[in-house]
Design a protein around this ligand. Sequence first.
Ligand code: PLP
Length: 406
Amino acid sequence: MRINRYLAGMNKAYLFAEIANKVADYVKEQPPREIIRLGIGDVTRPLTPHVAQAFADSALKMGTPEGFHGYPPYEGYDFLLDAIIKNEYAPLGVTLGRDEIFVSDGAKSDTGNIQELLSADAKIAVTDPVYPVYVDSNAMVGRLGGKTEGGYERLTTLPCTAENGFMPALPENAPDAVYLCSPNNPTGTAFTYAQLKTIVDWAKAHGTLIIYDSAYKAYITEKDVPHSIFEIEGARDCAVECCSFSKNAGFTGVRCAYTVIPRELSAELDGRLVRLNDLWRRRSESRSNGVSFPVQCAAAASLDEIGRRETQGLVNGYLANARVIREGLTKAGIACYGGVNSPYVWLKTPGKLSSWEFFDALLRRAQVVGTPGAGFGAAGEGYFRLTAFNSPEKTAEAVERIVKAF
Ligand code: PLP
């Protein structure tokens, strides 16, 4: 048996395990007060009543002869596709057809699987720091070659730091595909219309595919930040967009997401033009039997008028926490980024501490847990991520403690 050497060669996903170990060791030393966790990447508030009701009603329907549903359509039920078109895209002035949307169980699966559209030797670029799924999914199939110190032989990383305003320099030697995430995890920053236009123009000029992760689009509050890459002229020729119900409607445990692949998006292969939409449909039909009826009903409920009002309430609650973190720490002289269009605040570690030194200092001096920026890539060194997913009370207390301690 010959097994996948690239999969076998992957590092352990050590970041959160290492954090958990460090916290567990510290707890053994009996810290002076309760530890507050601002490292949480999962939502914490329950499904809204309207969404939970739709979920329950549709589950009960499945137990009746007339309401039973077997295998769903591979790409999603029309009622959900229509709700996405009407409520997520039409208000932006973006027109989509049902056949351009693919419903799935998560943006993690979609952003991890989308590399199957690409040739085995396609060149990949990611921003640094980065959501690790983009790198790992390419590394596991051998596309990135062997490991180097801190990276891979065939991976281009585009640093995004305070110095460049979190806007990557776009390489002349363009990759086949670049992964972008806006609003960004982990930096909490978001591209403006002008910045995204620059990237779309570059991608079109170089024949680069943009894989655009907008799992956090519901957090956008600023007018000059686009909610979809398809608001940018030309994006239909060079981009796919991965969206999720996880962070707006609290679906991290329910599981529903969707990816948009425009009909125009195509590439030349052996002298003919191949549509990526057709490839993805072909792939989905072989790899998945779709997303369950109750989950899609719940997702559709989150998009109707009541659902939107309620889920916006969830998002606003997290945004209020983000603001408490950002404003509290900024007042204390700590440089903070993000947190305005995002549940993540990305801070520059005070006193030039490394990301992990700050982690230890924060734990011991403030009994607060966050995530070291270096865990998201080399350009994250010297930064630190705090998240807005804890309760308002705990978030405020954590900020007070940090301000006192630093
Ligand atoms: N994309 C980004 C940037 C994320 O941070 C996350 C989750 O943390 C996901 C995708 C995963 O989304 P889903 O829950 O839909 O799989």
